[in-house]
Write a protein that binds this ligand. Sequence first.
Ligand SMILES: Nc1ncnc2c1ncn2[C@@H]1O[C@H](COP(=O)(O)OP(=O)(O)OP(=O)(O)O)[C@@H](O)[C@H]1O
Length: 253
Amino acid sequence: MTDLRVNNLSVPVEGCHLVKGASYTLRPGELIVLLGPNGAGKTSLLRASLGLIRTDGGTAELGDQQSRKLSSLQRAKRVSYLPQTRPLAWPNRVRDVVTLGRFAFGTALGRLSEREEQAVMQAMEACDIQHLADRQTNTLSGGELARVHLARAFAAETPLLIADEPVAGLDPRHQFRVMDLFKDYVRRGGGVLVVLHDIALAARYADRMIWMQSGEIVADGTPQETLTEQRLEEIYGIRAEVNGLDVRFSGVS
Ligand SMILES: Nc1ncnc2c1ncn2[C@@H]1O[C@H](COP(=O)(O)OP(=O)(O)OP(=O)(O)O)[C@@H](O)[C@H]1O
């Protein structure tokens, strides 16, 4: 079973720490939303968990191996990572960008097996971009391009999927649609960890919420356990009324 186990992880930078002693586990069959204000250390935690940046304490394991010891191909077979900024080296056809998601499995553009073709088509359909298949990526709107990147991540069909603000820039319908896709992925046995800034959306979809502040995980539990008026006040400095999973914001405190 592939899970991501992070224990007491710290990320140093210039004499201080971007992440301090963070511990959590991402297991197949659950959707975790990672929350926290700008600069709290969410991206740094994700990158450190995947072994992509230097750490100076703690461990991060993906399945049976330490993340930092995995080759990029080994890592790409276990987890799809959708970073916050998604540079494309050069404009390309949408279908080809989505096909790159199969790269770790030895897929070469133009030589797709039926199985590979199916994975790419399904991912494009799920992300509502099949009509854009032959378009060049530099002609797409921001939201369309975000869905292309998502489709690339889905096409990989990895056991785990980690996405940093995957719904930023999407209209409300596509935000729900993308979150529904993550839920389906989890129902089929995958594990998903996403960063969201929309607390109401997070409450609606998360099995667990991990809250970060100043480089530390300050809470980890179900929305029912961790989403409280006091927490929103402490972490974000905002006033809100919380009734179960329903959140009504009334301003900054
Ligand atoms: N290489 C670096 N050198 C110095 N500071 C850095 C470096 N990388 C990140 N930081 C700082 O560390 C803090 C945490 O950054 P990080 O991107 O992890 O936050 P975040 O919670 O993902 O924020 P956001 O919600 O704005 O995306 C920020 O203040 C950022 O400026």
